[in-house]
Design a protein around this ligand. Structure first.
Ligand SMILES: Cc1cc2nc3c(=O)[nH]c(=O)nc-3n(C[C@H](O)[C@H](O)[C@H](O)COP(=O)(O)OP(=O)(O)OC[C@H]3O[C@@H](n4cnc5c(N)ncnc54)[C@H](O)[C@@H]3O)c2cc1C
Ligand SMILES: NC(=O)c1ccc[n+]([C@@H]2O[C@H](COP(=O)([O-])OP(=O)(O)OC[C@H]3O[C@@H](n4cnc5c(N)ncnc54)[C@H](O)[C@@H]3O)[C@@H](O)[C@H]2O)c1
Ligand SMILES: O=C1O[C@H]([C@@H](O)CO)C(O)=C1O
Length: 476
C-alpha cells in the first residue's frame, strides 16, 4: 500500500526547500509528481535562524517568517506555496528503511513510497553527550539545538531562569552562537570546551582571541582545554551543576550542548558509497546509484576549487547550492556541468558578523584592526603562493565580495610581507583588476559611465548653442 512519485525529496530541511523552489522555477514536474517527506511537522525553514533570530529577547523570529528561501533573500515557501505548486508535503513522517534497488522508502506510518528520482536531504543530527560516555543529558534543563522543537525547549528553559547560570558545552558554531544569545537574554554564561581556543576548526588563535575577549567583555567566562565528566542534579532530576574533569563544579540553571553533528546516512549505508562521513556524490550530486542524488550536510562532493577533493560541508550556503544543482542535473543533465562550489561559511553573534571563503590551509596572514570595538579585521590563508582562504569580520558587501574573489581566483601572492601590509586592499585591488578601465575605488562609478555622461552633456550643449545661434541669426 503506498504512493508513487516521479521525484522524492527525503528530508524537509534547508536543502529540501531550495530543491523544491528549483523544481518550480524550472517547471520540471507535473502536479502530484513531486513530494517532500520530512520527520519535521512544518515545511522547510531556514535552520540558521534557530540560533540567531529565534533566540532574541524581543521581536524573535517565528514561523512562518523564516521558512525557506528567505535566508537567501528569495521567496517565502509556506505550506500554502507547496499546495499551490502541486508539491506533496508528507510531514511528521520518518522514513525508517530505504530500498535503493527497488526504489522504495518505508515510512514509520507503514506506507511504502516509490520514486523514479530520489534526492537525499536528510542533513545531520546533533551528537549527544551519551556518545562520549556522559550520562544524564536528557534532563529537562539540558538543551541541544538542531530543530524547531529543540529551539522551543531552549527558549522555554531560558525563560525559566532569568539572570541564572548557563553552562555551554562546546566551543564551535552552536556553542558560540547560543552563548551570545544567552548573554543577550541576560543569562550568565560559562563556556567549556576541550580545545585551547574557540572555533578551533576555523579560527586562528589570534582571531579566536578577539572573539573570546569580546565575549568576556560581555560577561561570559571561558573554561578551555577541558571537558565535563558528569552532572549534579536535584531531586526533580534537573541539573544544578556541571562537574569538570578536574573535579570543579560549575553552577548551572541550564546547560546548552553543541558538540558536533553526525550526517544522517543510516538509511543508505551498505547501499550507496560513503565518504567523509557522508554519502559520496559526483559533480552532479549523483550517488553511486543512477537514480539517487544527495545534497546538503549529508553529501560528500568534489570541490573543483580544491582540485576535486571530496568534502562534506555543514553549512547553509552549501545546502542551498547543492540542492539547486541536483535539481538542475535531474531536469537538464546535458546542460548541467559539474558543480563548481566556493565553500562559504559565516556567522553572526552580538553585533559582530564574519564571513569565510575557501579553505583554511597554508600560511596565515592576518590584517586589520583587532582592537576596535567596531572591528574590521581578517586573514588570508596562503598556500604555494596562492590565496586559498580568506576571513573578514565587519566587512561591507563589496569587501566580502572582494575576499571571495581572491579565493575563487586563487590570487597570486608574490610577497607575504607586502600582503600583510596591503591587507584588505589587496583583495579590493585584485578584484578591481577584472573591472573595466583598470579599476576604481569601492563605490566609484566606472569611467565609461563618466565618458558617456560627458558625451551626452556635450551633445546637448552643441544642440542648445545651435538652436540659440539659429534664433539669433533669424532675429538679425
Ligand atoms: C542552530 C543552527 C544554526 C545554524 N546556523 C548556520 C549559519 O548561520 N550559517 C551556516 O552556514 N550554517 C548554519 N547551520 C548549518 C545549516 O543549518 C545546515 O548546514 C543546513 O541546515 C543543512 O541543510 P540540510 O537540508 O542538508 O539538512 P537539515 O536542514 O538538517 O534538514 C534535514 C531534514 O531531514 C529530516 N530527516 C532526516 N532524516 C529523516 C528521515 N529518516 N525521515 C524523514 N525526515 C528525515 C530532518 O528532520 C530535517 O528536516 C546551522 C545549523 C543549526 C542547527
Ligand atoms: N554559522 C554557522 O555556520 C553554524 C551555526 C550553527 C551550527 N552550524 C553547524 O551545525 C553543526 C553543529 O555545530 P556544533 O557547534 O555542534 O559543531 P562544531 O563541530 O562546530 O563544534 C563542536 C565543538 O564541540 C566541542 N566538543 C567536541 N567534543 C566534545 C566533548 N566530548 N565534550 C565537550 N565538548 C566537545 C568542541 O569544542 C568543538 O568545537 C555544525 O555542522 C555547524 O557547521 C553552523
Ligand atoms: O541564513 C539564514 O537564515 C536565517 C534568517 O536570515 C532567515 O530569515 C538566519 O539567521 C541565517 O543566518
Amino acid at each position: 500500500m503506498g504512493r508513487a512519485f516521479v521525484h522524492v525529496i527525503l528530508g524537509g530541511g534547508v536543502a529540501a526547500g531550495y530543491a523544491a523552489l528549483e523544481f518550480v522555477r524550472r517547471g520540471g514536474y507535473s502536479r502530484g509528481e513531486l513530494c517532500i517527506i520530512s520527520e519535521e511537522t512544518v515545511a522547510p525553514y531556514e535552520r540558521p535562524a534557530l540560533s540567531k533570530g529565534y533566540l532574541l529577547p524581543e521581536g524573535a523570529a517565528r514561523l512562518p517568517g523564516f521558512h525557506t528561501c528567505v535566508g537567501a533573500n528569495d521567496e517565502l515557501l509556506t505550506a500554502k506555496w507547496y499546495k499551490e505548486n502541486g508539491i506533496e508535503l508528507v510531514l511528521g513522517t520518518k522514513v525508517i528503511t530505504a530500498d535503493v534497488r527497488m526504489k522504495t522508502l518505508l515510512t514509520a506510518t507503514g506506507e511504502t513510497i516509490s520514486y523514479k528520482n530520489l534526492i537525499i536531504a536528510t542533513g545531520a543530527r546533533a551528537l549527544k553527550l551519551e556518545e562520549f560516555g556522559i550520562s544524564g543529558s536528557d534532563a529537562s534543563n539540558i538543551c541541544y539545538l538542531r530543530n524547531l522543537d529543540d529551539a522551543d525547549k531552549l527558549v522555554n528553559v531560558m525563560k525559566s531562569c532569568p539572570g541564572g547560570n548557563a553552562v555551554v558545552i562546546g566551543g564551535g558554531y552552536i556553542g558560540m552562537e547560543c552563548a551570545a544569545a544567552l548573554v543577550t537574554n541576560r543569562i550568565k554564561v560559562t563556556m567549556v570546551f576541550p580545545e585551547s581556543h574557540c572555533m578551533a576548526r576555523l579560527f586562528t588563535p589570534k582571531i579566536a582571541e578577539y572573539y573570546e575577549n569580546y565575549y568576556t567583555s560581555k560577561g561570559a567566562t571561558f573554561v578551555k582545554g577541558t571537558v565535563l565528566t558528569s552532572f549534579e542534579k536535584d531531586s526533580t532530576g534537573k541539573v544544578t551543576s556541571v562537574i569538570l574533569k578536574d573535579g570543579k563544579h560549575l553552577p548551572a540553571d541550564m546547560v546548552v550542548v553543541g558538540i558536533g553533528i553526525r550526517a544522517s546516512t543510516g538509511l543508505f549505508e551498505g547501499q550507496l558509497l560513503m565518504e567523509q562521513g557522508g554519502i559520496k556524490v559526483n559533480g552532479q550530486m549523483l550517488t553511486s546509484d543512477g537514480s539517487v542524488y544527495a545534497v546538503g550536510d549529508v553529501a560528500a562532493f568534489p570541490i573543483k576549487l580544491f582540485d576535486g577533493v571530496i568534502r562534506r560541508l555543514e553549512h547553509v550556503d552549501s545546502a542551498r547550492r547543492t540542492a539547486r544543482h541536483a535539481v538542475a542535473a535531474i531536469l537538464e543533465p546535458s546542460k548541467t556541468k559539474d558543480i563548481d562550489y566556493l565553500p562559504f561559511f559565516y556567522s553572526r553573534v552580538f553585533t559582530l558578523s564574519w564571513q569565510f571563503y575557501g579553505n583554511n590551509t597554508g600560511e596565515v596572514v592576518h590584517f586589520g584592526d583587532f582592537t576596535n570595538s567596531s572591528p574590521r579585521f581578517g586573514a588570508y590563508w596562503v598556500d604555494k603562493s596562492r590565496i586559498r582562504g580568506a576571513f573578514l569580520e565587519g566587512g561591507s558587501r563589496e569587501e566580502y565580495e572582494a575576499i571571495s574573489n581572491v579565493v575563487r581566483h586563487k590570487a597570486k601572492v608574490i610577497n607575504i610581507a607586502e600582503l600583510e601590509k596591503q591587507g584588505l586592499m589587496f583583495a579590493i585591488q585584485e578584484s578591481q583588476k577584472d573591472l573595466p578601465d583598470g579599476g576604481l575605488a569601492l563605490g566609484e562609478k566606472p569611467t565609461y559611465v563618466w565618458h558617456a555622461t560627458a558625451g551626452v552633456i556635450a551633445a546637448a550643449s552643441i544642440a542648445a548653442f545651435g538652436y540659440w545661434y539659429g534664433r539669433k541669426r533669424r532675429r538679425w
